[in-house]
Design a protein around this ligand. Structure first.
Ligand SMILES: [Zn+2]
Length: 412
């Protein structure tokens, strides 16, 4: 019989064997790698050290891969520039008002973060609620599984006050650690989508943000509200259900990012109607607007995709019920709008990263970038639905998911 100290020493030795130490080199081999900027690499090995990619080798190599992903297609970790990670249904199955002050809400947010990561999204931007900050920081500590999170913390709207008061609020957002300023320039689609903030309010919000070097994202449905936002110096437009040729061209000319949401959010509301109806503007009229919105979106995305130089970024507006289905947006833009598959991949990787000013860190597979990558069952260039079959997820050099493709085919 071993002495007690020896037994303890043996246990300690076992306990301290690292599964993957940060300095260990990880080699990931795949038949096809899309680098996120438009390049296709065949028979490639991505070399990862710590949180970063150090090399991508193509052709034959003698080193045995740590992960041989066979026929899967590797892309950068997917990015959703508009996901409401805190939105959830409560224990009664109803859409819950979020006060941002309960541990129960925090746990729902953490659950949403987890399912989003498992769907291949390694970065999201949440426009936004107060407890996003705690979630963002908790995920960044590296234990809680979730995507990198950027948040607006709060929103500005027509009730945010005078231009001076709005500028003050933008300065406060910066102090509070907001990653982006979220602005409501128009009403909800459920209320018709007309411009709500005055031009002066928009100029104050986006002008002050630009002065402080902060990014802006603007909820805007009507052409007038989009035009006013672009002319106020705002950097990104969300939704744009009623965007016409004139404002699509305006966004393209001014280099404003456009994030239409045609594949997830309205479909999710209609699918989950029973969980929302009877709360606020989730009434019969609101749902009628949303039903119409699906069809109007389909016409709009065709025009948007075919507007030269318009920078379309992938965002879903994922709300309660939609988390984990984020990739449907990528699929629907191709299916409804005729977007080229490669453009759809770029819009969810390097271009989305650029819209967040993170293009030197994420969204591209190349040496020096964070090792955020996913492997898809299928080739999205021939079948875009491959983006919904995520077999492998690595974020910051750490593997969070690795399943057999057959498991995806049976469960999806
Ligand atoms: Zn939203």
């Amino acid at each position: 019989m071993r002495s007690k100290p020896a037994a303890i020493a043996a246990l300690l030795a076992l306990a301290t064997v690292p599964v993957f130490s940060q300095s260990q080199t990880i080699r990931i081999h795949a038949a096809t790698v899309l680098d996120g900027t438009g390049k296709v690499l065949r028979n490639a090995t991505i070399v990862v050290q710590g949180s970063k990619i150090t090399a991508i080798d193509t052709g034959s190599t003698t080193a045995t891969p740590t992960y041989d992903l066979g026929a899967l297609t590797v892309t950068p970790g997917l990015i959703d520039v508009h996901a409401h990670v805190g939105w959830h249904f409560d224990k009664d199955g109803r859409y819950a008002a979020r006060r941002g002050d309960s541990s129960e809400e925090m746990l729902y947010s953490a659950e949403n973060a987890y399912v989003t990561l498992m769907a291949g999204f390694t970065t999201i931007q949440s426009p936004g609620q107060a407890n996003d900050v705690q979630l963002r920081d908790a995920v960044a500590r590296g234990v809680l599984p979730g995507p990198r999170i950027l948040t607006s913390i709060r929103q500005l709207n027509e009730r945010s006050g005078t231009p001076d008061q709005i500028r003050e609020q933008v300065r406060q957002l910066k102090k509070d650690g907001a990653d982006v300023v979220k602005i409501f320039a128009s009403a909800s689609i459920r209320d018709g989508g007309k411009q709500t903030m005055t031009d002066a309010q928009l100029q104050a919000a986006c002008g002050e943000a630009n002065t402080l070097g902060m990014r802006t994202m603007v909820h805007a449905h009507s052409p007038e509200s989009i035009k006013a936002s672009v002319n106020a110096g705002c950097l990104q437009i969300e939704h744009g259900v009623f965007a016409n040729d004139e404002v699509l061209k305006l966004m393209a000319d001014k280099g404003v990012f456009f994030d239409p949401n045609v594949g997830v959010v309205l479909q999710n509301y209609l699918r989950n109607r029973v969980h929302y109806e009877g709360i606020g503007n989730y009434n019969a009229e609101g749902f009628a607007y949303m039903e119409k919105g699906v069809k109007i979106n389909e016409e709009m995305i065709k025009k948007a995709v075919h507007t030269p130089k318009l920078m379309l970024v992938n965002g879903t507006d994922a709300v309660a019920g939609a988390h984990g289905h984020n990739a449907d947006e990528i699929v629907e833009r191709v299916r409804q709008g005729g977007q080229k598959q490669m453009d759809a991949v770029i819009s969810a990787t390097s271009l989305a990263a650029r819209s967040m000013r993170l293009e030197k860190t994420i969204g591209t597979l190349a040496p020096g970038f964070e090792a955020d990558l996913v492997a898809l069952d299928g080739d999205p260039l021939s079948d875009i639905t491959a983006v919904t079959r995520v077999a492998f997820v690595m974020k910051g050099g750490k593997v969070y998911k690795h399943v057999a493709p057959t498991a995806l085919r049976t469960t999806h």
